[in-house]
Design a protein around this ligand. Structure first.
Ligand code: SF4
Length: 282
């Protein structure tokens, strides 16, 4: 695996539910086509030149040394550290990345710093070791569908959905905190699915983050996308309230001036969004 040296590692993120973050890898083998915001940003700032380069990640070989220098300076300011907003800490096919992610989490925890993680890969069993990894950490997966055909197109090299859910459930069953990011959630013209099926699969988690799909023109080709996202938000909130799950709805997902049920379809919202999808495409 290619390596790079960096000058700094820990930084304050601008993401709405983030605090400090670490991107110890440039690129991501999962190669998502939603599109991937991290790839778009990395390309714009010249960190990578192409998709082909993006899916051949480079590891920051001096990450642990950098942490030894930065932790003492920032420790008092850090509420928690998120791995990662610009790559995937448990990407499939790169054991070096998984090993380094575990070392980083261990080091942060040893310094009394809580870690949150998010992956489309699989969680390693090492995290079940409560002597090395803090029980206050929060482990998350991204899950926007259960349809493996959709996955093959939009997140071609990530873990399959069933294994991903099972790896998270293992952590939950060991008494650890878990969460799911249902973001970026696709409209019915992209994949015809029922959000409630996804929610039922992950009802064991402590927190759900829900957000719309951005930067994809297929979303606005679906005429009722605002109403659709309002409807989905309502489904998520009701589900979380019923199951005593914490939730966060990402900014821009709710449209205040779009009624979530259109006139004439009040009795049959489900049919509107899932059966009549062809009628709804521009
Ligand atoms: S897993 Fe995340 S960082 Fe990796 S390609 Fe997919 S969206 Fe981008």
């Amino acid at each position: 695996m290619d390596k790079i040296i960096r000058k700094s590692l820990l930084y304050k993120s601008g993401v709405e539910y983030g605090d400090y973050t670490i991107n110890h890898v440039i690129g991501c083998s999962h190669g998502c086509n939603f599109p991937c915001y991290a790839f778009m940003l990395s390309k714009r700032f010249g960190r990578v030149k192409s998709y082909e380069e993006w899916i051949k990640p480079k590891i920051v070989s001096n990450a642990l040394e950098l942490l030894d220098k930065e932790i003492p300076k920032l420790k008092d300011k850090i509420h928690f550290v998120h791995l990662s907003f610009m790559t995937d800490p448990f990407m499939i096919g790169y054991p070096e990345v998984v090993k380094l992610s575990l070392e980083i989490i261990k080091k942060l925890n040893k310094n009394g710093i809580k870690v949150t993680t998010l992956t489309k890969g699989l969680y390693p069993d090492e995290l079940l070791d409560k002597t090395n990894y803090d029980t206050g950490n929060e482990y998350g997966i991204t899950l926007v569908s259960l349809d493996e055909n959709f996955k093959r197109i939009y997140e071609p090299h990530s873990s399959n959905y069933r294994d991903r859910i099972e790896s998270l459930k293992k952590l939950h069953n060991a008494g650890l905190k878990t969460w799911v990011s249902i973001e970026p959630y696709p409209t019915p013209n992209i994949v015809n699915q029922d959000l409630r099926d996804i929610l039922n699969e992950i009802s064991f988690v402590d927190k759900i983050v829900f957000g719309r799909l951005n930067y994809n023109k297929k979303v606005s080709e679906y005429l009722w996308y605002k109403e659709f996202y309002n409807y989905c938000t309502d489904v998520v909130i009701k589900f979380c309230e019923q199951h005593n799950i914490e939730y966060h709805i990402k900014e821009g997902t709710i449209t205040e001036d779009a009624p979530y049920i259109l006139e004439g379809y009040k009795k049959d919202t489900q049919k509107l969004f899932y059966t009549n999808k062809k009628v709804a495409i521009k």
